[in-house]
Design a protein around this ligand. Structure first.
Ligand code: NAD
Length: 506
């Protein structure tokens, strides 16, 4: 595919403005290059926001909120339907841009755009289902119920690895809830954000509704401003646990709300009665997909001692046949890591694991590929004891730790022994073991799967995790409630004034 043609069809130039609020602004900050990690070349440049432009963007988003919240929710849903249609029309190009910017394979790049389309469809239906409950009042001739109101302009900070899907979870749901959206993308993947904002611009053109979807490109400085900005009642932030600690405490300090989607350290348990063929295929996709750069990437394979040798052999064979190379090419299953630092981080983690008693079963090295950048690595399996300290760390790379256990109880203990709590899975043919894993004494994660790997969640469920993963829930189910404010209302339609709890006050 022709890189320049893709950029041009998405309306991108050599240098692109990184600020939008109804119209495009130059940004006023530094002009930053966006790299293609596959080639190491600059794809295009972005002008980031300075403080003044950021303030202007949030002012415009605040103005837009006034008109947007007054628009009936099903009408807001109609705009999201149009956004979903515009994304369908641009799916191939936008998916290819995700691949160019992040290095994930084309099937995953277009899959990410499909996820945006899916959440738009979900949000359209939701726009007619923002239900509150009616409660029985203890007082005669009183009616009590709750209603949900739009929250305000909300800030959305996204990570590099899902540069557009995570925005869409927040933006599609937040928008039907009546919120305007201020987006700060990752500095490593802001070009897709400019392309998506241009699509929103076309969808909203001529409506007179202003900056419902706005953009403020920049780094930690802009993210930190958002966290401290009282005009933004909710900050939804996706990224590392370190980022979440900083953003979460800043938002809490001004008594705002935060929705944190942070690092994972996900495990899959393989019991002695598991279908090992199924388990191997699931583990391969979960551990090697997106080159190990998903929050839900499988990082710890916890295997019963009776099948550990067999499972290790199967995994090594599968790993050694993974085609690594240009993620735009058909047949390739693993592309590059995002930066040179990510490669250095992976190689350092392999060394640390070895120093802690780990044995590399396959991989562990950089992979050089003619004509491409030096950000390619071999997917790696390291056999290691369950007490190794490295197991507590999320290394954002394709390293899978193989851990032997002797019982389900030990497996669950190891699953739960890390600070993070995002995704988990068990492979077993026993309903009793599966239910134990899913019980209140089982997995402590936000996502718990049976005979499915840890990654690749659907938008219909609430997505997120516990402990150092931040506790936030996004996407489906009733996650929309985080984007609205709840109001409990009691109406007295009688002529008396009875007090609750039977209190007499006369
Ligand atoms: P990162 O923490 O480096 O950056 C994420 C975003 O936060 C970027 O936009 C960045 O500019 C911003 N940021 C960083 N520090 C900040 C600060 N102090 N104040 C305000 N903003 C700040 O993460 P990354 O490397 O882009 O992404 C990888 C991480 O994201 C991994 O830990 C991964 O598990 C996590 N992640 C989690 C989920 C989830 O849903 N739980 C999804 C995707 C990625």
């Amino acid at each position: 595919m022709d890189e320049a043609a893709i950029l041009s069809r998405l309306g991108l130039d050599r240098v692109n403005p990184g600020a939008y609020a109804g119209i495009w602004y130059e940004g006023g900050g530094d002009t930053e290059p966006i790299y293609n990690p596959t080639t190491g070349d600059v794809l295009a440049e972005i002008t980031t926001c300075d403080a003044a432009t950021y303030d202007l963007v949030v002012d415009k988003a605040t103005e837009a909120f006034e008109a947007w919240r007054a628009t009936p929710a099903p009408v807001r849903g109609e705009y999201i339907r149009r956004l979903g249609q515009a994304l369908r029309d641009r799916k191939e190009d936008l998916g290819a841009l995700v691949t160019l910017e992040t290095g994930k394979i084309l099937a995953e790049g277009t899959g990410e755009v499909q996820e945006m389309i899916d959440i738009c469809d979900f949000a359209v239906g939701l726009s007619r289902q923002l239900y509150g409950l009616t409660m029985a009042s203890e007082r005669p001739r009183h009616r009590m119920y709750e209603q949900w109101h739009p929250l305000g302009p909300i800030g959305v900070i996204t990570a590099f690895n899902f540069p557009v899907a995570v925005w869409s979870w927040n933006a599609a749901i937040g928008a039907v809830c009546g919120d305007s959206i201020v987006w700060k993308p990752s500095p490593r993947s802001s070009l897709t954000a400019v392309a998506v904002t241009a699509i929103c611009d076309r969808v909203m053109a001529g409506t007179g509704l202003g900056a419902v979807f706005s953009l403020a490109a920049g780094g930690t400085g802009i993210g930190s401003r958002m966290a401290g900005d009282r005009r933004l009642p909710l900050i939804s932030a996706t990224g590392s646990s370190a980022m979440g600690r900083s953003v979460g405490s800043k938002v809490a300090n001004r008594l705002g709300s935060s929705l944190l989607e942070l690092g994972g350290n996900n495990a899959m348990i393989v019991m002695d009665d598991a279908d090992l063929d199924l388990a191997t295929r699931a583990a391969l996709f979960a551990a090697v997909g997106t080159a190990g750069q998903r929050c839900t990437t499988l990082r710890r394979l916890i295997v019963h001692s009776d099948v550990v040798e067999d499972m290790a052999k199967r995994m090594v064979t599968a790993y050694e046949s993974v085609p690594i190379g240009d993620p735009m090419q058909e047949g390739i299953l693993m592309g590059p890591l995002i930066t040179d630092d990510a490669v250095a981080g992976m190689l350092a983690a392999v060394e640390t694991a070895q120093a802690q008693g780990g044995k590399v079963l396959t991989g562990g090295r950089r992979r050089s590929i003619h004509g491409l950048s030096d950000r390619f690595v071999e997917p790696t399996i390291i056999e290691i004891g369950k007490d190794a300290p490295i197991l507590h760390t999320e290394t954002f790379a394709p390293i899978l730790y193989l851990i032997e256990v002797r019982s389900l109880a030990e497996a669950i203990e190891v699953n739960n022994s890390v600070p993070q709590g995002l995704s988990s899975a068990i492979f077993t043919d026993s309903i009793g073991r599966a239910e134990s894993f899913l019980s209140h004494r089982g997995s402590d994660c936000g996502l718990a799967n049976v005979n499915i790997g840890t990654s690749g969640a659907e938008i219909g469920g609430a997505f997120g995790g516990e402990k150092d993963t931040g506790g936030g829930r996004e996407s489906g189910s009733d996650a929309w409630k985080a984007y609205m404010r709840r109001q409990t209302t009691t109406i007295n339609w009688g002529g008396e004034l009875p007090l609750a709890q039977g209190i007499e006050f006369s």
